[in-house]
Design a protein around this ligand. Sequence first.
Ligand code: HAM
Length: 422
Amino acid sequence: MAAKLQAIRGMHDLLPEITPLWQHLESRVRDVMHRYAYSEIRMPIVEVTELFKRSIGEVTDIVEKEMYSFNDRNGDSLTLRPEGTAGCVRAVIENGLLNQPRRLWYQGPMFRHERPQKGRYRQFHQVGVEVFGLDGPDIDLEVIMLTARLWKELGLTGLELQINTLGTAEERAQYRGELVNYLREHHEQLDEDSRRRLETNPLRILDTKNPDMAQLVAGAPSLMDHLTEQSRDHFQNLCAGLDARGLAYRVNPRLVRGLDYYSRTVFEWVTDQLGAQGTVCAGGRYDGLVEQLGGRATPAVGFAMGLERLISLMQDQGGTSDRPLDAYLVMLGDAARNRGALLAEELRDALPGLRLMSHCGGGSFKSQFKKADRSGARYALVLGDGELERGVVGLKPLRDDGDQRDLVLDNLASDLAPILNN
Ligand code: HAM
């Protein structure tokens, strides 16, 4: 036998057992986006490597270690997108969409060469939102409320909203100096990773997961103290808006995010129900990025959620699974098979919500009934040559002990509708 090939580590098939849950999630997402008047945008999965370097930042984990980059046949360096914001910003600049505010959303696969574990994959899926041209805290609030509504629609509980502000680039530069001084004074307490970051990206040290450094980080100077009044107002307004809407949150001064483009508001939705990979949604404001990528200065805010993590939560919290099939059509004899094929289409025309599986492949009544049973359908519809002669179709309940009874073939759709709605 030929050797079997396998999927790439960290990249998974979504099998038929699980796709109904994905479809449910995707349809709720689409519905919520529609209700908030956000428009869908679809970007390519591959972009020039330069785009991610210039937006996510040269010294981030993603760009340093996690990108799937390759040279194409022309020798250009291309990268499978590790996230959607960079491509979305490129697209709105390139297509001249920044002449008015835009509320956009997208979904699709993203690729990061991380060490796979539960909730962390090399191909994963995000739904993202990016809003351009609005600079107030009101829009930060709107995107956060949108996520909260989605959790409600999906019936998800136990998610904590954490927020922070990173100030503007200038405020951060000032703060950075003071932070570096403080960390230098305690150089001996820094782990290897942090020593490296001290030179390149010192704010990320605040995000360390190393418990030995917790005390050091707790004593670090606070960015909050370095904000201008304008930035402080922005943040306070956001907090007041969340309070007014009764949405609980925790201000987490250590929330710094792993991508370089953020300014002012950042937020994450976190759960303790998924183990180490508990952030299901994350984002914030990135007012400088459009200009940095060659567009005219345009404020922006957005987020992305990890669909695998949401699916996992939905499973743990008993999320909706697929609606069972309504009926399985069993047919025996040539004439019945021909009429049955037509009948199945007539029923699908007349009853648009109907989930009907029509038997294919012949076989005895007994073997067809076995398949009907295994399909999970509520009823078998039975059409043999005998039924055809009498102008009827047998209806047999498969999930309880009821007897088979006849329904008139010509009235089948209208007689079936109330039975299925029961
Ligand atoms: P991010 O924090 O890198 O932000 O990713 C957002 C979410 O994607 C994470 O919170 C997580 O749920 C999911 N995610 C990330 N990496 C993986 C992985 N390896 N496996 C499974 N899920 C993962 C961004 O991507 C930004 N573009 C978000 C944004 C949009 N900010 C502004 N606009």
